[in-house]
Design a protein around this ligand. Structure first.
Ligand code: UT7
Length: 334
């Protein structure tokens, strides 16, 4: 029997209008445009207004996706939202997105593996499709990082931005779609990157707010060292497992955490810069938005049959890569 695979058949993304530039940050903390560009590659990031949540970005991405793929909301079987910044602890942001997008026949839930969640969720969703039971599955990657960034901490506030993307997965019997993945996690890395309060270990209190413990805590250097080797290693591993030489790879789609990490990954894969999707300069690290926003921006350049490698690294630590064989030419879509 021919194996059913899950193929991405559409993609859309959305970022908020408001932009926070490096020169804006120079007025807020002791930093410089030069430092931020040299160390991270970031020039500006988009910030969602107060009073709006992650679901408000996710729903824009989903509505655009449904429209461009000619999909009726009632046809969606499942929606998974990858996020570390849910609107609320519960219910799941995925439930809120479905409600706002008029998706009534789907079940929906969130996943959280920090910055790696989008690729974890993509593979989780692909397994539902491969089972043959689910025909249309949406994976959203969305984060309002500005809601957990401490804008008095120069080491973290320059890095993050807000944004969302969404993909539609459908079954195919062709040799395309989600072909392979390698995922890893190492919980001992929690110490270097976490949010200290607001969970069951340390619920919110006056003391936790006063101590600024609801913001991202990151020790940049250890995270950088781990990320730079692990993301490159896992991207090289997926190539070896699938007998892909550097010339066989059409696109590397890396999580946009730091331009230096992206360049190290591309170098290890032997992939030239022209094949690497990089937009960190305009959005910063939107956590689970990075990879779908890249795919959306490069959609018109992706061709049916392209070998595409996704790679991510995040808190936890979590990291991994996915090998996709791209399933459509955007220009031929209706
Ligand atoms: O996506 C989730 C995973 N996260 C990551 O992958 C992030 C990984 N880490 C990084 O990308 C980098 O570590 C950072 C961008 C966060 C920091 O870059 P770095 O090259 O590792 O800098 P550093 O932390 O070693 O700091 C170097 C210096 C320090 O000053 P001293 O001690 O040398 O005097 C910092 O205090 O730069 C200082 N510094 C800044 N200076 C100006 C830190 N932040 C800033 C800033 N502006 N915004």
């Amino acid at each position: 029997m021919t194996k059913i695979r899950a193929a991405i058949t559409g993609i859309h993304a959305w970022v908020p209008e408001d932009v926070l530039t490096n020169s804006d940050l120079e007025k807020m903390v002791d930093t410089t445009d030069d430092w931020i560009i040299t160390r991270t590659g970031i020039k500006e990031r988009h910030i969602l207004k107060e009073g709006k949540g992650t679901s408000d970005m996710g729903v824009e991405a989903v509505k655009g996706l449904l429209k461009k793929t000619g999909t009726n909301p009632d046809e969606i079987d499942l929606l998974i939202c990858a996020t570390v910044t849910p609107d609320m602890q519960f219910p799941a942001t995925a439930n809120l997105i479905c409600d706002k997008a008029g998706i009534k026949n789907a079940f929906s839930y969130d996943m959280n593996a920090a910055c790696s969640t989008f690729i974890y969720a993509l593979v989780t969703a692909s397994k539902y499709v491969e089972s043959g039971e689910y025909k249309k599955v949406v994976v959203v990657g969305a984060d309002k990082m500005s809601s957990i960034v401490d804008y008095t901490d120069r080491a973290t506030c320059v890095i993050f931005g807000d944004g969302a993307g969404a993909v539609l997965l459908e079954p195919t019997k062709d040799e395309e779609g989600v072909m392979d993945h390698r995922f890893y996690s190492d919980g001992s890395g929690w110490i270097h990157l976490h949010q200290k309060a607001g969970g069951s270990l340390k619920p919110a209190s006056h003391a936790t707010v006063d101590a600024r413990e609801h913001f991202i805590y990151q020790e940049g250097q250890p995270v950088f060292k781990f990320a730079v080797t692990r993301m490159a290693d896992v991207a090289a591993e997926i190539m070896e497992r699938n007998n892909l030489k550097s010339e066989d790879v059409a696109w590397l789609v890396p999580h946009q955490a730091n331009l230096r990490i992206i360049e190290a990954t591309a170098k290890r894969m032997g992939v030239g810069k022209e094949k690497v999707m990089i937009n960190i300069q305009r959005y910063g690290n939107t956590t689970n938005g990075t990879i779908p926003i890249c795919l959306y921006e490069w959609e018109n350049q992706l061709k049916k049959g392209d070998n595409v490698v996704l790679a991510a690294f995040g808190g936890g630590f979590t990291w991994g890569s996915v090998y996709l064989k791209w399933a459509y030419d955007a220009k031929n879509q209706k």
